[in-house]
Each structure stands twice: as structure tokens, then as C-alpha cells.
Design a protein around this ligand. Sequence first.
Ligand SMILES: *Cc1c(COP(=O)(O)O)cnc(C)c1O
Length: 430
Amino acid sequence: MQRINSKNLFEKAKQIIPGGVNSPVRAFRAVGGNPVFMKSAKGAFLTDVDNNQYIDLIGSWGPMILGHAYPIIEEAILKAVVDSTSFGTPSSREVEMAELIISMMPSVEKVRMVNSGTEACMAAIRAARGFTGRNKIIKFEGCYHGHADSFLIAAGSGMATFGEPDSLGVTQGVANDTLTVPYNNIEKLLEIIELNRNQIACLIIEPVVGNMGCVIPKNGYLQQLRDICTKENIILIFDEVMTGFRLSKGGAQSLFGILPDMCTMGKIIGGGLPVGAYGGKKEIMDCISPVGKVYQAGTLSGNPVAMAAGLAMLGFLNKNPQVYSQLDKITNKIASGIQKGAENIGLDVSLNQIGSMYSVFFTKKEVVDFDTAKTSNLDYFSQYFNAMLDSGIYLAPSQYESLFVSASITDNLAEEIIEKSNKAMKSIKI
Ligand SMILES: *Cc1c(COP(=O)(O)O)cnc(C)c1O
């Protein structure tokens, strides 16, 4: 597969954009080679600047659950643009959006719109601190909640990919207020709480993790977190930026039947435009300015075009919950096909799948937390990634990411993915 235009663009980009990319995981540092520059996308397919086509398994890192350029979303955007691209005043779509989110996400009684998942998580912990008057937060190793200072401590994805435990530029003072514990481990959590009693404002977690690869909570784990937080007066925040509107129309909280006190949303919520949101119990949300004393604002928050895209997306998912059972079925088919292919050639893989999320880890260990995720053979992963790319399947260029199957992936495409995965695995040099 020739990728000359991509290569030339990357050479140019590197001179004028740090690393040639506007978000680090887009660079192919973890897998070798040059990133692919895309020019268009439709349905299940991406087309690059050299006119190569790829079946897309990252869906813009989450948002494109229906596939690319979905007609009702395109139409909603085009229609909204004509009215205004930004008012800077309240507008009716913001009210519609809030109503829709509240009707879909069980824990949300009031909601504030922002422009990214990072902003949502940053604002949510500020609100939790303002509400409780406490400073410390608990996060989990390998979970990612955006790039705000407080979260760049034991964060997954990009951080794990580059083997940096931490980021420069985050002060020790900030780091001291972030306590980290392993995912799926109640004992370590209880120890940390015991040592910091009455100082912890909130616990923030990806209820199903996507940012160390796909990792699923053990049976009863989320309920245990709920019980502990209730007992200790700690605000439980589910970061549903990835899982919201993906694992079910009401996110992981609906799927597992656990009500957090707050949740953060992003990705799917904007239908491919930059949108985030945070919401939760009325009494917590009413701490936010202008009602309360926790400040948070945004020039483009609730942007009319972004709201139109989000409303079209969420409206569709709300009315068509059968999308989720279809996605689960087809993703399960892909995951079990891939697993079988690996077994047939005696390659150790550990496969995690839930709904439309899955990850293939090159390890025989069951992957339940960041430590077990890190047992994956990264050399095998990069060989697999590159073989898949050259056969026209676009995977996330890092082991520590979940893949996302979109509703545009048909049965035939699923079979093509399995077949190409089997070939790619056979080509791995041990
Ligand atoms: C992507 C992601 C974020 C950050 O969202 P951005 O829109 O990239 O700022 C936060 N939390 C989780 C769980 C995510 O997957």
C-alpha cells in the first residue's frame, strides 16, 4: 500500500506542529511508521490522501457510533449552520439537549454543556470539591479523564504508550491531591480511604475502561464502589465520556444499574463535533456558577451547530435502542472470530469485549487492570497493527486503546476483519 502523500504531509507537519499531530496518540510512535492522513470518511470506511480505503475500527476514538457521515447528522449540521454558527446567548437547542440527556442518563438531574471530555472531567471534580469542601480525589491506574493537571497521574493511553508515568509541568502540589489505586481492587481502595478519611471529595472512574485497552469491571465491583462512596460521603463520578450512549443509550450506569452522583460525557454526545457535558444530582450541580460559587464557563459551550449534531445523534440512539443489541452481536462475532484465529495458531491473546468495545491483548494473562494490561507483548501488537493497516483495517495505533465497532460494520465486513486478523496474526514474527 502506497502512502506517499501521507508521508509528505507528515514531514511538513512535523516542522510546524509538535510531533506533526494535534493529539499525541494519532502519531504512530508506539507502532512505528508514519501516521496516515485522511481526507474523507463514509459509513464504515476511511479514505486517505493517497486514496487508500480502510475499514475504520476507531470511529474517531468513539464518537462515530453510527459510522461516518451519517445522513441525519449531516443534515442537522447543515441546517443549523444557516441559522448561526454561534450566538453567545442561550438558545433553544441547549434546552432540548439538556432534556434529552436527562431522559437518557439515569443519574443526571441537571447538566452543563462544555466542549470536550477533558473540560467535563475537570469541571466535575471542581464541583465535587466545591460541594464537599474537600481537596483530594481518587482515580484509578490506567484510567484517563482528559489532560487536566489533576488527571495526568497514572493515566492510560497516550501516557502508557510513551512510557511516561507522569507529565512535566504538573506541580507536585496538584499531584499530591490525586490518589491513585489499581482498577478492580477493593482492598487497595479501602486502604487509601482509611489513610485519607474525610479528605476525599470524589472518586472518578471509567465504569468500563477504554484507556488501557478495554477492561471490564469485575462482578459487583461498581456496586461496591457505590456502597463505599455512600458510606464515606465521597462523590462517585462515572466518567462516561467513552461509555455514555455507547454501552447502552444510558451508558454504563444503565447497563450495570448503578447510579453515580455525577457523570461526565463526551465523544458520541457531539455527533462528531466538539462537545462534552457533566451532570448529576441537583444539589451538586447547583453549586455551579451563576447559582453557586464553583466557577465554570465557556465561550462556545452549547454551540448551536454542535447541539444540532448531538441532538440528531442522541435522538436517533434514544429512538433506536436495537442499535445496541446489533452492535453487541456483531462485535461479539468479531472478537470471538479473532480469538479463535489466535487459538488455531497457538498465539496467546486475551480478548476483552463488551458491547461495541473490544481489545486484543497479546498476553495469556486475563486483563483486569493496568498491571495485567502491561503484560501484553507490544512488539507483537505493532506487527499486528501494521499488518492490519496494510490490509486495509484501521486499528488504534496503541495497545492501550479500546477499538470501537460502528453500526456501519455489516456481517460481511465483520468476516473480512476476522479473515484479515487471522492473516495478520499468522504474519507475526515470534
Ligand atoms: C476521551 C476521553 C476523555 C477526554 O475527552 P476529550 O474530548 O479528548 O478531552 C475523558 N475521559 C474518557 C474516559 C475518555 O475516553
